[in-house]
Design a protein around this ligand. Structure first.
Ligand code: 75Z
Ligand code: MG
Length: 214
């Protein structure tokens, strides 16, 4: 039977990356996507912006919406302090299966909790299921029409505190117009746009960093 793109991406990691070395996993995926097949990872250019925001925030609790193959999951987790935790939500079981193996190859299972299912169902359960009080950093990279409803859900569930950072991928391409309008005009957020490019292309895209003001 024909393999899927996520399966081919995983094989590229297992062939070219060193077990237990997250940076080599990130490199192997970027090389695969540049040389072989495009895939919707945040990529190396936007990934550097992600790295700088993670390093600046130094978060203890992180939520990632949209795991896909685990590229940004590994990229973020490799920068976290020792007792920090990253919860990543993935809706598609096939993506989740691949992501678990990519995360294992990077040796980051202890820092990452991959949860399968729709964000709308899981966000209200974060406190009771995972003992989360609030998130220091949320990386939004899932379905683009879910960014705004899930942000409002995070607010309503008391999962954001004064100073929590939302970092959103793809605010230009594919685009999240309703989310951008909200975080840029709401008095409850201070927003900043980091201009970049759609992963592995010359098409404009960017990350929007928004600080929740409480
Ligand atoms: O769709 C994207 N990403 C989303 C995947 C996902 N992985 N998991 C989910 C999930 C997770 C929990 C959920 N709960 C409810 N819906 C959910 C969806 N969604 C995406 C698409 C592009 C893209 C750009 C230009 C093109 F020509 C084609 C494509 C680029 C990107 O950087 C992306 O991130
Ligand atoms: Mg993305």
């Amino acid at each position: 039977t024909q393999s899927t793109r996520p399966q081919r991406l995983l094989h590229a990691v297992q062939k070219n990356a060193t077990r237990g070395d997250p940076r080599s996993v990130v490199k192997a995926i970027d090389n695969f996507c540049r040389q072989k097949e495009w895939a919707m990872n945040v990529g190396d250019e936007k990934g550097c912006i992600l790295d700088s925001v993670v390093s600046e925030v130094n978060p203890v609790t992180v939520l990632e919406l949209g795991t896909y193959c685990g590229y940004s999951t590994v990229r973020i987790a490799s920068l976290l302090p020792p007792h920090a935790k990253l919860i990543t939500l993935e809706f598609n079981p096939d993506y989740a299966k691949i992501a678990r193996q990519v995360i294992a190859w990077a040796g980051l299972e202890d820092k990452i909790q991959l949860v399968e299912g729709p964000s709308g169902e899981w966000i209200p359960k974060m406190k009771e299921q995972f003992g989360v009080k609030t998130f220091d950093l949320v990386f939004l990279d899932h379905w683009k029409d879910r960014y705004l409803p899930d942000t409002k859900l995070l607010e309503d569930c008391g999962l954001l505190r004064k100073g929590s950072i939302l970092l959103a991928d793809n605010v230009i391409c594919p685009g999240t117009p309703d989310y951008l309008e909200y975080v840029r005009n709401s008095p409850r957020y201070k927003s900043q746009y980091f201009k970049s490019h759609l992963e592995y292309t010359k098409v404009e895209d960017g990350l929007e960093k928004s600080v929740f003001l409480g």
